[in-house]
Each structure stands twice: as C-alpha cells, then as structure tokens.
Design a protein around this ligand. Structure first.
Ligand code: ADP
Ligand code: MG
Length: 688
C-alpha cells in the first residue's frame, strides 16, 4: 500500500490538473455574506442557516438529559443559545465567556428559547468584514478538508493552463442561431466555471443550489454536447466497419422456421423482423436493441435472425445472463430448428473442463452453427470461426462496458458480427438519446393474441391464510403458481433459510400438491431439473428466491405471490410478474407487503398495481433511481455525465443532439476539439 501513502490528498479525489480542479464544482454553498443581529435572525424563521454574532455571556456543561455544552451569546438586545451535544474540551475553551463569536446555523425554538444546535462558530470581532461571495462546499474524502480544496481550486483557477482549458471553442454565433434560442444568454464556459466556484452574493441562490442557474446550464450543455458528438461519431464509425451481408433465400432456414413455428407472428413481431432483416442485409454491423415487454415473443424474432445468418453459412451465438435463461432458449430453439440438420451447441460456465474444451474447439472449427450459453461465450478461449450474428438477451444485465467486440479476421480485414440485443426493460426516451444513442431500437408493442392482462393486487402479509386459500383454488383448477421469497439484502444465508421455511410451510398447507423449491445455491443441473418438473406440471407450486427472474416461460402458471414486495424495485417486480399471464387464462400477481410502508414503497406498489405497461414502469424507475442501474453502470462504475441530471435536464438533451449534428456537419474540427476537452480518454469508451 506504499503507493497509496504517497498519494497527495488531492490526487485521492482525482484532482491532478488545473482542469480537474476547475471541473470539481461545488455540491452546495454556504452563505456567510449576510449578517443579522440576534433579534432579526430569530424572527426570520428561516429553515435555512442564518448568520449572527454576539458575546459569550455564559458557558456550562449540563448533564440533563445528557451531557452537553450550552453556550449563551448576547448582543445589545437579545440572547441566543448554542447547544453542542458532541464537543471537545478545546471547543469549550474557544467559546469562553467574554469572547466575541460569529455563528451560523438554523435557529429552532428549544425548551430554553431560541437556539442553534451545532452551529458553525468563528471567534471574531464585531466589525470583521463579510465576504462578498458565497462559500463553496465541495465533495471530498476523509483527510481532505474544505479549506484545502478551496485553496487548491482558487490557485487552480488563477493558473494560465486553466484559462486555455476553459477557452471558448464554439464560436459565439453558433449560440445566436434562432433555433437555439434557449441557449442565448448563457455565459462563456470560463465565466460559468468561475461563477460556480465563486458566486457573488448577488447571484440567484436557489438556482445555484438546484443547478438551474445559467452558469450550470452552460456546463451541462457543454457536457451533453460532448456526449452527443462522440455518440454520433461512434455511429458513423460503426457504419465504416465491415459485416457480412445476410439475406435469406427462398426456402431457406428462415422460411422453414416460419413454417415450423406453432403460431403466426403478431403484426408487431413481423414488423420488427423486417427491421432486423433489413439491418442484416447491410454491409456494416447491426447494433439493434429489440425491446418488448415480458411475454411479447422476442425469442421467435431472435430465432428468425439466427436462421438468416445460418442461411448464409455464418455462425450464431445466443447469450443469456443466467444458465436458466440460456437453457430455456436452448429448449425452445432446438425443437424449432429440428429437422433442419443444424448443429446446435451449449456453452456455460458450469460445464466440465473437458466438455467445455470440446465445445470451444467446435466453435473454433466452425462445426457448431448455433451456440447458446452464458457469459462463457465471450470469455477467453472462445473464438468463432465465422460469427455472423450475436444475440444478447436481457442485455442491460451484462453492463454497458461489457459490450461485445466480436469480429473475425479475413486476411487483415476485420469482419464484425451483427448484434441483436433484447430487453424487456424499456429504455426511457432520455436514456435512449444519451447512453444508447448509437442503438437502433425495435419495439414489439403488442402481446400474442388471447392473453388477458395480469391483475395485480396489494395484500397485507397478515392475510397470508387468504393468500394460501387463493393458491389452493388456483391449483384445484389445474393451474400452477409461483411464490417468490423476499430479498434479504443483509444475508444470503437468511434469505435461503426463509425460502426453505416457506417451502416447508406450503408443503404442509398444500398436502395434495407437489411443492418445489428453487434457489441460487443449487447446482445448475438441479435447477434445471426443477424447472423442467415445473414446466411439465409435476410440480404445481414453485417456491423460489429471485432466481426465476426474467424469461422463464410456463404458460400454465397463473398466480404469483411476491412476499415482502416492498423490498423489490420496480423493474424486479415487473419482470417477476411477467412470468404469469403467458397463457390465455386470467393471471394474478399478489404483492404481499409488510407494514409499515415507507412513502416511496407505497407509491411504488401503487404504481405497479395500476400499470402493467413496461414503459411507464421504466420511467418511474428512472425518476426514482437515476440512470445508473438501468444502464448497468453500477457494475461499470463509469458515469459519463457528471453535471447533467437526465430527469431535470431532459429538455436540454434534445437541443444538444441537434447542435451536435449541426456542428459535425459544418465544423467537425470544432466538434472534435470540444469532445477532447470534455471526454479526453473517455471518448474512446463510447466507441466500443
Ligand atoms: P419474451 O419476449 O418475454 O422473451 P417469449 O419469446 O418467451 O417472450 O414468448 C412468450 C411466449 O409466447 C412463448 O411461449 C412463445 O412461444 C409465445 N409466443 C411468441 N410469439 C407468439 C405468437 N405470435 N403467437 C402466440 N404465441 C406466441
Ligand atoms: Mg425472453
């Protein structure tokens, strides 16, 4: 750890250059510019901090109700109590009777009268001048004081390199075009940055705090513009890459598959299949996201795309985030492709080393035409002889940075595979325009016919017996049910224990029926055996931890109970309940909750009850959690937008997108310089 010891305090914060310092913008401000006498401070009744001053007239440590330091200050007319619940003896000395203090804090009305609890205190003089600027507060880490950061930033701002970093790259006339009216009046970047670090007392305080001040706007716009330019560049770059032109002949596999499918495509499936087929026939790699609510029938569309690649003699990889899902795809696709004489393989992490090696060799030799599996498919040791198409199910669960870079060499030319990603979690518009801007999106906006929408009900966990009665009635009709056990974040062991208890309890409560238990700790073969028995109807009631998650397909299951639903997020519940409602029978999802419910949990459960629309759910989710989790950025640790909030600044995204487009068309050099300033090395990340 010698390396860490040597790190300077500022380096710990990633502040290495004047530019880093300039862009380390305050998280909030303190206002020391105004001073009130004690009487008017008290009568201000403000929920914000106020500053006042006075001489210490009393200082004592009391012990009731517990040990605390009570200081009393006074000016000519009034008195104010300062209360410290935690304090050092040295503090008591600093506030000795007779000293003059300037204090800042919120005033509340305590038992002994008006008081400040733990105010900021400075020993001062009555006539000491006031600053004419708000005091910035920066995010920091242990061991780096505000004073140190402030000084460093002040110094950084007067460094000549800062000026050149903050120079105006985009000529003013760009901002003066009528169609960018909303950008008129924005300060230059340099002024914006200086204002944000050192705002004069006369600046509009609220908008500085909620980041809608014009100075913030300028910074946000700059950042969005850089992102949009680099996304649009990536889009152009992709079109320069080579990919196989895939077209399906008459009576090829595509036609055979269409004949073989036990249903007609819905209009929505047919439409997205056309979109995909068009992309596949282009000489550059497809980068398309197939979005469709749970149960909308994405697999059939994926299978058609696969068939098209196979028709052209290319290999296809189909990758799912879990073994269960991969296996479901396998079981679904094998019968569909039956009688077509294709070699279909299976590759997951849990294969024995020898079997794995065999599959890898067959992939490498081209003997396997379609390979279905998990992450194992993109791990080292796997190289496809002739990969034409990679299909990635539930792509958001793989994380953004794990995007595939799948290509094979033809001489010294790289031939890229087409990529089709599938998700049941719709991407809200602002996200689609920012992080996912280089994706074409196809939407299946229709469920296969004959489905009746899922009814979602909220039920208190004290009514568990009624819930079990409900299950009994459903099973009696020959249907099947899921019971999803609660997430217990603190302890996986406890989570398992709860699941086993629920399993045992339901086994006694439903003696005529076969109850099964599935959880993450089971070996893969065991999981798949249980899923098979549930699918075939041997097991009627399946108790599970959240392993069933996405994609599991058992149309006869019509009831789902989610226990402690208040602990689940929007997307999780929406995905889970998509496991039912897959057949023509009415399905029900019971969200069992425990009181007391937080406001947020209550609202979430109500929204889930009221809407079955994945888009609405995703928007709510974005509002609630921000883009990080939807993007999988949690895993990647990389957030591209530091100052932009996609909810608050959504309107600005649209403008930045047009602006970026115009800039790239008319002055690519400026566009490039701008991206360099903002993203530097990170620009490369967006291109993958
Ligand atoms: P998801 O989009 O959630 O991945 P699936 O592809 O698993 O959905 O399809 C859900 C179910 O609907 C499957 O049983 C599938 O066979 C069936 N299905 C798909 N398309 C149609 C269709 N056009 N008509 C009837 N059933 C369909
Ligand atoms: Mg699916």
């Amino acid at each position: 750890m010698a390396k860490e010891e040597k790190q300077s305090p500022l380096a710990k914060l990633g502040l290495n250059t004047p530019a880093d310092l300039a862009l380390h913008l305050p998280i909030r401000y303190e206002d020391e510019t105004e001073l009130f006498d004690i009487g008017s401070a008290i009568s201000k009744h403000s929920q914000f901090s106020v500053q006042t001053q006075g001489r210490v007239i009393d200082s004592q440590v009391t012990f009731r109700p517990k040990r605390q330091l009570i200081i009393k200050i006074a000016d000519e007319n009034d008195e104010l109590i300062l209360r410290f619940i935690h304090f050092y003896p040295s503090q008591q000395k600093q506030m000795a009777v007779g000293l003059f203090l300037r204090v800042r804090g919120e005033i509340r009305h305590g038992f002994y009268g008006p008081e400040m609890v733990h105010p900021a205190v400075k020993v001062s003089m009555p006539e000491a001048p006031l600053p004419n600027q708000l005091t910035p507060v920066y995010s920091t880490v242990a061991g780096v004081s505000q004073t140190l950061i402030r000084k460093a930033i002040e110094k950084g701002l007067s460094d000549s390199r800062t000026n050149s970093f903050l120079r105006e790259i985009i000529p003013m006339q760009w901002f003066n075009q009528p169609k960018y009216d909303v950008l008129k009046g924005l300060p230059s970047l340099e002024i914006a940055i200086r204002t944000l670090h050192q705002p004069l007392a006369s600046e509009h305080k609220e908008s500085l705090l909620d980041r809608t001040h014009l100075a913030w706007r300028r910074v946000q716009f700059e950042e969005l513009l850089a992102q949009q330019v680099s996304l649009q560049q990536a889009h152009v770059e992709r079109r320069k890459r080579l990919a196989p032109i895939l077209q399906s002949p008459k009576n090829g596999y595509v036609q055979k598959l269409l004949n073989k499918l036990p249903f007609e495509l819905t209009a929505a499936q047919a439409k997205v299949w056309q979109e995909i087929a068009h992309d596949l026939s282009q000489p550059f790699p497809m980068n398309r996201l197939l979005q469709g609510d749970v149960g909308s029938g994405k697999t059939a569309v994926a299978a058609l795309a696969a068939a098209c690649a196979l028709d052209n003699g290319y290999q296809v990889a189909l990758m799912a985030p879990t073994e269960i899902l991969a296996e479901q795809h396998f079981q679904k696709l094998v019968p569909w492709f039956e009688e077509m004489n294709l070699s279909i393989g299976w590759l997951t992490g849990s294969l024995k080393a020898k079997a794995k090696r065999e599959v890898q060799e067959q992939i490498m030799s081209g003997a396997l035409q379609l390979v279905i599996g998990t992450h194992a498919l993109i791990q080292e040791g796997v190289s496809f002889a002739k990969l034409g198409l990679a299909i990635i199910d539930e792509q958001h669960r793989f994380g953004v940075l794990q995007r595939l870079q799948l290509y094979s060499k033809n001489g010294d030319q790289a031939i890229y595979a087409h990529q089709l990603m599938m998700t049941a979690t719709p991407i809200p518009r602002t996200l689609a325009m920012t992080y996912y801007a280089d994706l074409e999106v196809s939407v299946i906006d229709q469920l296969p016919p004959g489905r009746s929408p899922i009814i979602t009900r909220l039920i208190k966990n004290t009514r568990r017996l009624e819930v079990v009665d409900g299950i009994r009635r459903e099973l009696l009709k020959g249907r099947q049910a899921y019971w999803v056990c609660p997430i217990i974040e603190e302890s996986e062991a406890l989570q398992l224990k709860t699941a086993i208890e629920t399993y045992e309890q339901l086994t006694t409560e439903l003696p005529q029926y076969q109850v099964g238990l599935i959880h993450g700790k089971l070996p893969a073969v065991e999981k798949s055996r249980i899923m098979q028995s549930f699918k075939s109807g041997e097991i009627q009631m399946l108790v599970s931890t959240t392993v069933i998650e996405v994609g599991v397909d058992v149309p006869n299951a019509t009831l789902m109970v989610i226990e402690h639903a208040e602990r689940f997020g929007y997307a999780q519940i929406h995905q889970l309940r998509g496991r039912v409602g897959r057949g023509s029978e009415q399905s029900v999802c019971l969200l069992m909750y425990a009181e007391p419910l937080s406001m947020a949990a209550k609202e979430r459960l109500q929204n889930l009850r009221e809407s079955n629309d994945g888009f609405i759910i995703a928007e709510r989710d974005l509002e609630l959690r921000g883009p990080g989790e939807l993007l999988g950025a949690k895993q990647s640790g990389e957030t591209m937008l530091r100052f932009v909030d996609l909810i608050r600044d959504a309107w600005l995204v649209e403008i930045a997108k047009d602006f970026a487009h115009d800039l790239l068309q008319n002055d690519p050099k400026i566009a490039h310089d701008h991206v360099q300033r903002w993203l530097g090395v990170r620009a490369e990340l967006l291109k993958s």
